[in-house]
Design a protein around this ligand. Sequence first.
Ligand SMILES: Nc1ncnc2c1ncn2[C@@H]1O[C@H](COP(=O)(O)OP(=O)(O)OP(=O)(O)O)[C@@H](O)[C@H]1O
Length: 260
Amino acid sequence: MAPAVPPAEILRISEASLRFADGRPLFETLSLSLPGRGWTCLMGRSGCGKSSLLRMVAGLPVEVGPQGHAHIKRRNGEGGEFSASIAWMPQRDMLMPWRRVVENVAVGAALRGQRWSDARERAEALLARVGLAGLGARWPDSLSGGQRQRVALARTLFEADGVVLMDEPFSALDALTRLELQDLAAEVLAEQSVLLVTHDPLEALRLADTLYVFGTDAQLHAMALPPGDPPRAPGDVAVAGIQAALFERLRGTGGERSNA
Ligand SMILES: Nc1ncnc2c1ncn2[C@@H]1O[C@H](COP(=O)(O)OP(=O)(O)OP(=O)(O)O)[C@@H](O)[C@H]1O
């Protein structure tokens, strides 16, 4: 069977605006289009609202206080209401220590009351795909940080159905493990549309098909990328050159926007 052709656009965000209780807007009338497949990366100074935007894209609540305001419009590729589920991979692995590894991967199926034998088989297959074949019966506490994040990746894959949101998923890992996990994520999520928030310019330049930086105007600005398909080699000369320019661009996007 020929592989399904991904839609040109799977999710369109428009009119995204966020204001906390003190009235200052973090962003207003922000738009973003996610293609049917590939990595869209978001960068910006600490506090500019990246994680909040990701939560809004996921349809999760953002606590804004009594005078605050959070609004977003989500449309599918045909312009209709977006109703598909979105997979989410957070910064911390959030594994439940009282559930075995395979149960953590398939936790969504358990919550939905799906048949455990089917879910287990699929979860074991995904564990093998992320390099953890045979470790399903282990407890999370017996795994290294990198292994735990592989389990979290398998859990994300278990839920992935077109759109995957990732909020600094590799930031707690050592440099080498981080590179390995980036390569792995690029491979296993190749058929998904991924929206990644990251603070790491190298990570963005390795993985992005499209890269946006939050500007001082609270809008997203598309950045130039090195040639070649992701995941790009960390030692690539073009990656290193653009990394320096990206650092400068990030430094120029102003100080931290605090709403405290
Ligand atoms: N409930 C709240 N009330 C007021 N301000 C808030 C609230 N929640 C978050 N903020 C502020 O909103 C801003 C955006 O937070 P958010 O976590 O989305 O930013 P971010 O760009 O992801 O930051 P970082 O890169 O440091 O993770 C921050 O300045 C934060 O202090």
